[in-house]
Design a protein around this ligand. Structure first.
Ligand code: DX5
Ligand code: ZN
Length: 219
């Protein structure tokens, strides 16, 4: 499976968002990662439906990968689909009815992801693996960009990669949090196929050459 880079818009300069998305498009980016936070599931607030609609207008054929960090994910599904989400990822910890939610998301004909916080064990995936298009391993506690990668998550990535192989499913393995040019190689070696990068791209002055360097690091 080709390794995909998914820049996290949370780290971008909002005042230059359109310009930034055009740059990412020119660099061949196929997916944008968009974090939704409700100030309850995580101690931060980010992105509403209207902003996603606006991003969709500029992003065009770049897929929108929506990472839902909210306490009641079911409230947002319809509106997110209408706003143009191509994938909706829900947190295992955010609902006791993950299966039902996955079913609803898939019934809209879009992809569904399941995210696991650092402390959540991977065996929660066992009985829903046939439904999932993307497994998101949080490599920081969710809520903020710019945090440091939690080192024991490297082993978790490896375990989930083996799990995906053993289940023989078509499923991306996404990692999110603290990814940089120093650790991306190892993350990919351990089986990650979809890499979310926020601050390590957007804090740089020259986004074009930074994306190129990330690409080279995962070749
Ligand atoms: C954190 C978010 C991430 C964040 C990653 O909860 O889910 O998507 O933007 O940012 P970095 O790459 O800076 O850790
Ligand atoms: Zn995220």
């Amino acid at each position: 499976m080709e390794v995909k880079l998914s820049p996290s818009i949370l780290g971008a300069n909002f005042l230059k968002l359109e310009e930034t998305i055009v740059k990412l498009k020119k660099q061949g980016i196929k997916e944008l990662h968009i974090d939704i936070m409700d100030g309850h599931f995580v101690p931060n607030i980010a992105f509403g439906i209207d902003q996603i609609k606006m991003i969709k207008q500029i992003a065009c054929d770049i897929e929108l990968d929506v990472h839902l960090m909210v306490t009641n994910p079911e409230i947002f599904i319809d509106a997110l689909v209408e706003a143009g989400a191509n994938t909706i990822t829900i947190h295992q910890e955010s609902s006791p009815h993950i299966y039902n939610l996955m079913y609803i998301i898939k019934s809209f004909g879009i992809k569904v992801g399941v995210a696991l916080n650092p402390a959540t064990p991977i065996n929660t995936l066992k009985h829903i693996s046939h439904m999932v298009n993307k497994i998101l391993i949080m490599t920081v506690e969710p809520g903020f960009g710019g945090q440091s990668f939690i080192e024991p998550m490297m082993e978790k990535i490896n375990e989930v990669s083996n799990f995906i192989k053993s289940e023989n499913i078509e499923c991306e393995l996404q990692v999110d949090g603290g990814i940089n040019l120093e650790n991306i190689g190892k993350v990919v070696e351990n089986g990650a196929t979809n890499i979310v990068v926020g601050s390590a791209i957007f804090r740089e002055e020259d986004i074009d050459s930074t994306i190129k360097r990330f690409r080279e690091a995962i070749l």
